[in-house]
Structures are given as C-alpha cells and as structure tokens.
Write a protein that binds this ligand. Structure first.
Ligand code: ATP
Ligand code: MG
Length: 333
C-alpha cells in the first residue's frame, strides 16, 4: 500500500492552524484507509530554534495527546516521535550531501525564521528541509498532507529525490506530492491577516491554542483584528480585507461549509456579533479535543508506551530503506 507521512513540531502547543490545516486531514486520510499513514512529532526539527528541555518533553507528549484526541488511532496509523526513529536523521545526513546550498537559501521559511541576522541562525535551521525530505522519503511516502506554507519544502523534497536518483543512476526514491486541500490551508494570525498563525509566534493572542479554555478563546476572537465594515454577501466582498477574510475562513472550516455559504447566512452582520458566533463555534468543536488531551496527559507513561511501540513499527520500514540507501551510496556495511 502507498504511504502517507506528515509531521508537526513540538515547538509549542497545537494551534487552530495546525488543527485545520494538518490534523483534520491526517484523520480523514487514516479514515479513508487507502494509504498506510505515518504521523510524527518532529522533535529534531523543533531544536533548530532554542527549546527549553522540559518544555520540549512536555510539548512532545502533549502533541501526541493532541493527535490521539483528534482521532489518530495508534493501531491504524503509525504514531512516532522523530528522534526515536534514528533513520530519519541518518538519511537526513545523506540528503545534506545531495541538497545544494543555493536550494536551501531560497526557502522562504528559512528567510522568515532566520530573519535579518542569518549569521546567528543555527546550521540546523538552514538544513531543516533536507531532514524533512528524509522524514518523508525514509518511508518512500508518496503523499504528504500539509498546510500551504509547506508547499515549497515538498517541492524541494522532490528535487532531492530526483537528484539522488539521477546521481546514483537508480529509481529508488519516489517523487512526493503535497496534499494541500480543504477550507483552511493557511489560517492567518488573529493580529495580522497577512501573517500565518504559528505556534511559535511570541504573541499568544495571535493564535488559538487547542488547550485554550472557552473564555480565552472568546477573548482572543474579540480582540482579533478586523475592519469596521459588515460581512459582505459573497467572497468577492472580502477582497483586500485579509483580517475579515481570515475570520470567515476559520468559521467556514470549523463548520465544514464554504465561505459563500457562511456569508449568505451572515450577510450584513457586524464583526462584533460574528466574532461571538465564531467563538461559540470554536469552543463547541475544540473543547471535546482539549478535554481529551488533558485526560491523556494525566498518564504520560501511556503516551511514552504508544510512542515506543510506534517507533518499533516504523523501524520495520525505515531500517531496510536506510540500508539500501547506504548500499547505493557505497557505504561498507
Ligand atoms: P512553528 O511556528 O514552530 O513553525 P507551526 O504552527 O508553523 O509551528 P509546524 O509544526 O511548523 O507548525 O507545522 C505543522 C503542520 O501544520 C504543517 O503541515 C503546516 O503546514 C501546518 N500549519 C502550520 N500553521 C498553519 C496555518 N496557520 N494554517 C494551516 N496550516 C498550518
Ligand atoms: Mg511552521
């Protein structure tokens, strides 16, 4: 069976963007049953920027709890923590030697995250997309459900696979396709509709965390940036209004309806009123997940057992693929 792989960094708590852009698709892919599904907490990626060790441990377990609470079944999917499957990093090294400096330098995430002072960024942050290619290709995964922001990294994954195959004269790594689908492939910051919502944004008010309580969610939406105009009757009326557009998009995605259907119902409403409806909807959809996450976090040993078991299952796939890669490259075994 063809494989799907995707990952999330334990670089903070899960956001509404991660949930709508990634996790809901992980669950629907698992449910479809057409692919073997492998989902990963990518802790090695998280340390490309500073992480406090205790917070990283906590965030990794909480991320696992988030996957489980949202409906990932550790029997039907393989659920792992990246550093517990060492072949990711081992193939990552080989790909560091395949990828070109110029390719990496063109990555917009690198430019955004390194900021103006690239000299002070970690080497790992620069090499991040080569490790991400390894995460995917160590399973020969053909499809990767991701948010819009990861499109460029998946294209780079294809470039790395193609260059490896070409350089060694093999047809070994598949050319992976991104799966960027649904109503919320790019949820924006609540404080700036032109910036992606991110779990590592220093401003907590910019995002909804899956662990936020009802009052916090209501307050964050109330304070979200908007404009003084009412909701238009169709999506064309949101042109040039990124903050308004974002809130309507979130509403539509949470309800599983189109933006036009939401606008048809709320045309003429002021945002003060709409934000309250949005908060109610978000609480209704997210509170079952956050209470289940809290329940799971009461037993971290069980989470650790699930991850250990996932790593064992993953390595049945990754060890032979790494061995074959080393053989192709010319490593004495
Ligand atoms: P960080 O700020 O540390 O990069 P993040 O919130 O961007 O965290 P990642 O772990 O980098 O989260 O990404 C995990 C998955 O969530 C990826 O598939 C990514 O495309 C998706 N994703 C992240 N943010 C959003 C968003 N705002 N809208 C839709 N999808 C998102
Ligand atoms: Mg990110």
């Amino acid at each position: 069976t063809p494989r799907v792989f995707s990952g999330i960094q334990p670089s903070g708590g899960l956001t509404l963007g991660n949930y709508l852009g990634a996790i809901t698709k992980f669950v629907s892919t698992q449910e479809a049953g057409t692919h073997e599904t492998i989902y990963c907490m990518v802790d090695l990626h998280a340390i490309t920027v500073p992480q406090e060790p205790d917070a990283l441990r906590h965030n990794t377990r909480e991320l696992c709890a988030g996957f489980l609470a949202a409906g990932i079944d550790p029997e039907r999917s393989i659920l792992i923590n990246q550093s517990q499957v060492p072949e990711h990093a081992q193939l990552g090294w080989v790909f560091n030697c395949v990828a070109r400096m110029g390719w990496m330098g063109r990555m917009t995430q690198w430019k955004d995250k390194a900021g103006k002072n690239a000299e002070a960024a970690s080497l790992g942050l620069f090499a991040y997309p080569a490790l991400m290619a390894a995460d995917i290709l160590i399973y020969h995964a053909t499809h990767v459900p991701v948010g819009e922001d990861q499109k460029q990294h998946i294209e780079l994954t294809r470039d790395i696979a193609a260059k490896f195959n070409h350089d060694y004269g093999v047809d070994f790594f598949p050319l992976t396709e991104p799966v960027i689908e649904g109503a919320a492939t790019r949820v924006m910051s609540l404080r700036d509709g032109t910036k992606k919502m991110s779990k590592s944004d220093p401003v907590d008010g910019s995002r909804i965390n899956l662990t936020d309580d009802a009052d916090t969610i209501a307050k964050k939406f109330r304070k979200a940036k908007t404009d003084p105009d009412p909701l238009p009757g169709s999506v064309a009326g949101l042109e040039g209004r990124p903050d308004a557009r974002n809130l309507v998009n979130i509403y539509a995605a949470l309800e599983g309806r189109t933006v036009d259907a939401v606008l048809a119902e709320h045309e003429g409403a002021m945002f003060g009123h709409f934000k309250q409806a949005l908060a109610d909807l978000a609480v209704e959809k997210l509170s079952p997940i956050s209470s289940e996450m809290a329940r799971l976090m009461d037993d971290p040993a069980e989470i650790d057992r699930i991850l250990a078991r996932g790593a064992e299952r993953a390595r049945e796939i990754t060890v032979p693929i790494l061995e074959r890669t080393y053989e192709i490259v010319g490593m004495v075994r």
